[in-house]
Design a protein around this ligand. Structure first.
Ligand SMILES: C[S@@+](CC[C@H](N)C(=O)[O-])C[C@H]1O[C@@H](n2cnc3c(N)ncnc32)[C@H](O)[C@@H]1O
Length: 488
């Protein structure tokens, strides 16, 4: 087996969680970080107990060979399944006004239109596609086919049951509700005309499936709010499969948080009706790129042991121990802040190391409630490099901790301005705007934060995530955004 040593020899709790995370990545393609350990540890205990196995034996069994029944239990417990009809209405508008007219013209000879909803959850997205396609048809005699796939059998059962609460229709325009939904008890059913053309199938995107991924098949693929949960390798393979499964000039719609990276093979970015989407550009698409699609991890400087250990202590919220460790081994003079080293051979890497230590130290001081010292550290960092977004972010966090909210907002803005990929200041700006009742501004910031969080680097999440991992921050951001109540 893996990192745990030998079979039968118990591994430490941390190593077991790491192993569990690895297995979730391997079997389901899910990317968990150290920060998600708090969520995974009780689940690992619960599942091992349920199987009457030790943690170690449970993990061994999960690693040894496919264990469908257990994977199902894990998927049903861990997957985030939030969805509703016509979610992100601007994308459906772009579909209706841009993509479908073009695809219907391209398919006029065959009169066949195929659409795919990847990670369809309880079916609302797939049925929404079917409704829009039905409405767009120029006349009868077309074969329309919508396929929804998801790894979670519980949500697929709901999709097949085709029965929804009024809450699932919260973004459905009244005229669409009247035409395409039938009241049923306290809820609604999708009308037969759209339901009939919509099928569901269980599919785990971490596994191949030749039936789903036939080349050149789909006119439109929706894959929203899945990529951000996947490991870079699985996300890259899925993107390549989707590109190859699209018909030439077919359309791909992603969630707001998802990103294909800078230059996805065979896909070009389009923008209309306030919606981003991609269109397949070429007749043939190259096989999966090995390059990760979603920029994520930044190396954690393996050579720098003290830093690495201190970071682990920060993750465990042992701030005083981490500070003591840094202060004991710091490569530079002690104190609330310390100056950059002088020029000379090796000064570049030494300076980078010192800057890293100083930032971590500042974060630890702030987390320990030693706000004055943390502020002093942040100011010195800004003195040394006024364009360092991390320094401004640290300063903002300190100012907020000190009750200087307005000044903090200015610093968060600077951090976001200096690095337009920095998600965390935007998240905080959104939360603060919402707290002050400015829901429109809050929604704008939170939307940007959501879009950036998938690619936020791990180091920043650890330093500035307030103890949350990427997934928890994403869920937090989305629920703040939903709570804004601003129509997007
Ligand atoms: C947040 S929902 C997205 C629903 C819908 N696409 C939307 O944006 O409204 C994410 C879905 O991804 C599914 N999922 C997670 N991992 C998956 C995997 N490896 N293969 C297929 N589906 C997966 C979950 O079961 C869940 O239903």
């Amino acid at each position: 087996m893996g990192s745990g040593g030998g079979r039968g020899r118990a591994v430490s709790g941390d190593a077991e969680i790491t192993r569990f995370r690895e297995l979730l990545g391997r079997r389901l393609g899910w990317a968990y970080t150290d920060r998600d350990a708090g969520q995974l540890a009780p689940l690992l205990d619960e599942r091992a107990r349920h199987r009457r196995l030790s943690r170690d034996d449970y993990l061994h069994r999960l690693a040894a060979r496919p264990w469908e029944e257990e994977l199902t239990a894990l998927i049903e417990r861990l997957s985030i399944t939030e969805t509703y009809f016509f979610r992100h209405g601007e994308q459906f508008r772009a579909l209706r006004e841009e993509a479908l007219p073009e695809r219907l013209a391209a398919r006029a000879g065959q009169r066949v239109l195929r659409m795919l909803s990847v990670a369809c959850s309880s079916g609302e997205e797939a049925y929404s596609l079917a409704i829009v396609a039905r409405e767009a048809l120029p006349g009868g005699n077309w074969l329309i086919d919508v396929l929804g796939v998801d790894a979670n059998p519980a949500v697929l059962r709901q999709a097949e049951a085709n029965h929804y609460s009024p809450w699932s229709l919260r973004e459905t325009p009244d005229d669409v509700r009247e035409r395409w939904f039938r009241p049923d008890g306290a809820g609604y059913r999708v009308a037969e005309d759209a339901a009939r053309i919509t099928q569901f199938r269980r599919h785990n995107v971490a596994d191949p499936d030749d039936e789903v991924w036939r080349p050149d098949r789909y006119d439109v693929i929706f894959c929203r709010n899945l990529l951000m949960y996947l490991t870079p390798a699985v996300a890259a393979a899925l993107i390549a499969r989707m590109a190859a499964a699209l018909a030439p000039r077919g359309y791909l719609f992603l969630g707001h948080t998802d990103s294909l990276g800078s230059s996805p093979a065979g896909l070009e970015l389009r923008h209309n009706h306030h919606a981003f989407y991609y269109q397949r550009t070429v007749a043939t698409v190259a096989p999966p790129a090995q390059r990760p699609a979603v920029a994520r991890a930044e190396p954690v400087h393996p050579a720098d042991e003290v830093y690495t250990k201190a970071v682990v202590l920060l993750g465990e919220e042992r701030f005083a121990d981490a500070l003591a460790l840094i202060d004991e081994h710091s490569p530079a003079p002690q104190g609330p802040g310390f100056s950059a080293p002088s020029e000379g051979p090796g000064a570049g890497s030494g300076r980078a190391e010192q800057a890293r230590h100083r930032l971590l130290r500042g974060v630890l001081l702030a987390q320990s409630g030693r706000i004055d010292e943390a502020i002093e550290t942040a100011r010195r960092m800004i003195d040394d490099d006024g364009l360092d977004p991390d320094a401004h972010q640290l300063y903002a966090v300190c100012l907020e901790g000190d009750g200087a909210t307005e000044a903090a907002v200015g610093q968060y803005r600077l951090a976001a301005y200096l690095d337009t990929d920095f998600a965390l200041p935007r998240l905080r700006l959104g939360q603060l705007a919402r707290r002050h009742g400015d829901e429109r501004a809050a929604a704008g910031e939170l939307e940007q934060a959501l879009a950036l969080l998938a690619a936020e680097n791990d180091r920043r999440i650890l330093l500035f995530g307030g103890g949350f991992g990427r997934i928890a921050l994403t869920v937090l951001c989305r629920s703040e955004l939903d709570a804004c109540g601003v129509r997007r």
